[in-house]
Design a protein around this ligand. Structure first.
Ligand SMILES: Cc1ncc(COP(=O)(O)O)c(C=O)c1O
Length: 463
């Protein structure tokens, strides 16, 4: 009798030829060795893995394309850089150098912009909570303040009275139904209910305030340009009726952010290259609607308002890549292959919404297979990609994941891991560290140990 082999549970694996998705296996075969000509692999050696890499060139190109698309269609255009999308100092200052103002939504962001050297007069202050101290600073420094609710309106009035400043210019944030997107009603004053017109009247009746602007932000990753055309029409209509009724002069219409970036939204069938409108398409829809809606104004010889954009994700998303390394492979009970990476949803918060592109740095041998990509967190939700067609990945294999520039470096979490370094590949092709990797000291620096708990094990405690 021969030796009895131990029984092992059989695993059935569906064999895929690697080209079984709708777009063939072209994507699976892509690889990305460099960013703007700078090889990625040596950067991992120098700065460690994971590593975020920002492309200054892409950032500047995006900002310039956005501005060109609008400035060739509307006389006066302003871009406010949405800090919450990515407030790395180097990213903000590249955009400020391109002429973008700062668009901030909290006291922290306001102070961050000021610390970077942005004058208050080039700050747009939005957000539902502006504490009194920073509100007062913003008034004194001439920031553009868009009021979210009546309590803020009263707060500004009280501060203006105390400072003896009459006719402080303010904007109001509006919300309304465009008919194309789910109406966000929690921010600002609603037009349909009459709350927005009431707020405008309330401002007109105050000697301390002066209504000079209208703001709205209709959503994010808005793929239908008709939503923006409707937004522009509704805001322009509100501008005309409010000016007529209260005698104010609206100097700016701020249409917020929300343009989609070239990222693949989960559950959306077509790839972003086919789905996401270009800046020109957004610009055409918005400015056509505005030109139409302001004809009477032009005929009456009144100046056209400045068109303010707060485009965030579409400017920065594809300008940043997360490079991560495979730390283990495993076969799941249902036969799928899984890889564990050293970066997870702690660093790539947007993995909850996007199917990011995942590319090895070099061309890999072997048939592509449906692979689950997990992060390093001891949490079930830590899934970077639920399904990606990838060739076999050895432990130690680095992968480039992107676009990763929007909302990751602001919404990331320090959960059981240090946050890694961020470098920028400059327009000159140099590599600069723009945020150092965290260490134990970084985290401990904020903690205090009361003397009574300074020792973990008091003397005399039995083993
Ligand atoms: C007021 C405001 N402006 C601009 C933005 C930027 O939006 P996005 O990144 O979708 O362009 C946001 C994002 O939530 C916002 O709330």
């Amino acid at each position: 009798m021969g030796e009895r082999l131990p029984w092992t549970k059989p695993v059935l694996t569906a064999h895929g030829a690697g080209g079984m998705n709708k777009f063939g296996n072209v994507r699976a075969r892509q690889h990305q060795p460099d960013i703007d000509g700078v090889a990625i692999a040596p950067l991992l050696q120098q700065y460690g893995s994971p590593l975020f890499i920002v492309s200054e060139k892409t950032l500047r190109d995006n900002a310039r394309r956005l501005k060109r698309a609008f400035a060739t269609r509307w006389a006066r255009v302003r871009h406010g850089w949405s800090y919450k999308t990515n407030y790395l100092g180097a990213v903000c200052n590249v955009l400020h150098q391109e002429g973008s103002w700062a668009e901030v939504v909290s006291d922290f962001e306001y102070h961050k912009a000021r610390a970077l050297g942005v004058p208050g007069s080039r700050i747009i202050f939005n957000g539902p909570w502006k504490p009194n101290a920073v509100l007062e600073q913003a008034i004194e420094e001439g920031a553009t303040i868009n009021i979210d609710h009546l309590d803020e309106l009263y707060a500004i009035e009280t501060i203006a009275r105390r400072l003896g400043r009459e006719r402080v210019p303010v904007g109001i944030r509006l919300n309304f139904d465009t008919g194309y997107t789910e109406a966000w009603t929690r921010f600002g004053f609603n037009i349909e209910s009459g709350a927005a017109a009431d707020a405008a009247r309330r401002i007109a009746a105050s000697k301390w305030l002066r209504l000079t602007g209208l703001h709205s932000h209709i959503g994010t990753f808005v793929l239908d340009v008709r939503a923006y055309a409707a937004q522009a029409r509704i805001m322009a209509g509100f501008m005309e009726s409010t000016e007529r009724e209260t005698g104010c002069t609206i100097e700016y219409l701020d249409i917020g952010g929300g343009f989609a970036s070239r990222n693949a939204l989960q559950g959306v069938y077509l790839p972003p290259e086919e789905l996401v409108p270009s800046f020109e398409q957004y610009a055409e829809a918005i400015t056509d609607a505005l030109l139409e809606a302001t004809r009477g104004r032009v005929a009456a010889g009144k100046p056209l308002p400045v068109l303010v954009l707060e485009t965030g994700r579409a400017v920065v998303d594809d300008a940043e890549t997360l490079v991560t390394t495979v730390v283990a492979n495993k076969r799941l009970p249902d036969g799928r292959r899984a890889a564990i990476l050293d970066a997870g949803v702690n660093l790539l918060f947007t993995a909850f919404w996007y199917n990011h592109e995942v590319k090895p740095l070099r061309a890999l041998e072997g048939a592509a297979e449906d692979t689950v990509l997990y992060g390093p967190l001891c949490m079930n939700i830590d899934v970077v990609r639920a399904s990606a067609m990838l060739p076999p990945l050895d432990v130690g294999e680095p992968l480039a994941i992107g676009p990763a520039g929007a909302y990751n470096n602001t919404q990331w979490q320090q959960f059981i891991q240090y946050r890694p370094a961020i470098v920028m590949v400059t327009a000159a092709g140099e590599v600069e560290l723009i945020r150092a990797a965290e260490r134990l000291e970084t985290i401990n620096a904020q903690e205090r140990l009361p003397a009574s708990v300074a020792q973990p094990f008091p003397q005399g405690l039995p083993e």
